[in-house]
Write a protein that binds this ligand. Structure first.
Ligand SMILES: O=P(O)(O)OC[C@H]1O[C@](O)(COP(=O)(O)O)[C@@H](O)[C@@H]1O
Ligand SMILES: [Mg+2]
Ligand SMILES: [Mg+2]
Length: 328
């Protein structure tokens, strides 16, 4: 076994899928560590269904997960890199995956990862994924960075493993504590500011105004352009992440995919006591209308995410409302 699942009481089919995912993840971490020695993993390949340019590692990771899940309980396999849902065989589970998240970081040696989401299989492939994200039975990610870590929830807290590179085994760590509340970090791609909707501009302007602005204190910004890395930091240190919809063509509903990225991260964040919304409404209550649907995405420390929802109603009041008066 490459993943220590002792004490989690997972159904055997789910435990087997987790083992398979972790084996592929450990292989990808080794492959990434050798990037450039024999091959360039950032070399351009085709274009995926969402219109994103694919890198060699996007395509390799997708093929590796798909192959590894054949013969498992995964009946339906949906991938950011595949146009359609693939039927792998009979089985009780449906798995969605962003095989390689943060592709723009492959050639600059910055953390990248894999994000996955598991549902009970429904009667059809489409019905297995076009449903409320709250029906997930597992959500998680692996981060390929200075350390390779696996983070997952099965609906009862957020579990954490670190890959021991000497043994190839993921060793269980203490579960994540609730997301810290007293943090002053935010993450957004500020180069898109002129395209943002007014509530997001107002929120970020008030953060940047710091001590002299309505918030009366200073904030700090981070942008790694790797959702797994931003999630890992927010689980540890708190803060908030925003990828809003904006006025650029094709970005009306932001950049991130509901099924492959936002649903599993939202599951983890809620399990860690945080919130995850499309700016206003919880992601976990929403069903995508198609496989590759995008959604605006805001997640992190609960009071920060709530405050952003309030900025959609009244920025002036939202700016000065104390955390404890933010509803719901
Ligand atoms: O380059 P941008 O517009 O800042 O977008 C960065 C975002 O895009 C992503 O890289 C999208 O994921 P993929 O690499 O899987 O396409 C996220 O990890 C990240 O949050
Ligand atoms: Mg991604
Ligand atoms: Mg990807």
């Amino acid at each position: 076994m490459s993943l220590d699942l002792d004490g989690l009481a997972l159904a055997p089919e789910l435990a087997d899928v987790m083992q398979r995912l972790s084996i592929v993840g450990a292989r990808l971490q080794r492959l990434i560590a050798r990037n450039g020695i024999e091959q360039d993993l950032s070399a351009a390949r085709g274009t995926n269904a969402g219109g994103d340019g694919q890198k060699a590692l996007d395509v390799m990771a997708d093929a590796a997960y798909m192959e590894a899940l054949k013969g498992s309980a995964v009946a339906f396999y949906a991938s950011e890199e595949e146009d359609e849902i693939l039927t792998l065989g009979p089985g009780t589970l449906a798995l969605a995956v962003d095989p390689l998240d943060g592709s723009s970081n492959i050639d600059v040696n910055v953390s990248i990862g894999t994000i996955f989401s598991i549902f009970p299989a429904a009667a059809t492939p489409e019905a297995s994924f076009l449903r409320p994200a709250r029906e997930q039975i597992a959500g998680g990610y692996m981060i390929f960075g200075p350390q390779c870590a696996l983070v997952a929830t099965f609906g009862d807290g957020v579990h954490h493993w670190i890959l021991d590179p000497d043994t190839g085994r993921f060793e269980r760590q203490p579960d994540f504590a609730p997301i810290p509340k007293d943090t002053s970090e935010f993450a957004i791609n500020a180069s898109n500011k002129r395209h943002w909707p007014a509530p997001i501009r107002a929120y970020v302007d008030d953060l940047i105004a710091g001590e002299e602005g309505p918030r009366g204190r200073n904030f700090n910004m981070r942008w790694i352009a790797s959702l797994v890395a931003e999630t890992h930091r927010i689980l540890r240190r708190g803060g908030v992440f925003l990828y809003p919809g904006d006025s650029r063509k094709g970005y009306e509903r932001g950049r991130l995919r509901h099924i492959y990225e936002c649903a599993p991260i939202a599951f983890i964040i809620e399990q860690a006591g945080g919130k995850a919304t499309d700016g206003v409404h919880p992601i976990l209550d929403q069903s995508p209308d198609r496989l590759h649907a995008r959604t605006p995405f805001v997640f992190g420390t609960a009071p920060k995410v709530k405050r952003i929802a309030h900025y959609h109603e009244s920025p002036e009041i939202a700016a000065v409302t104390p955390d404890e008066h933010l509803m719901p």
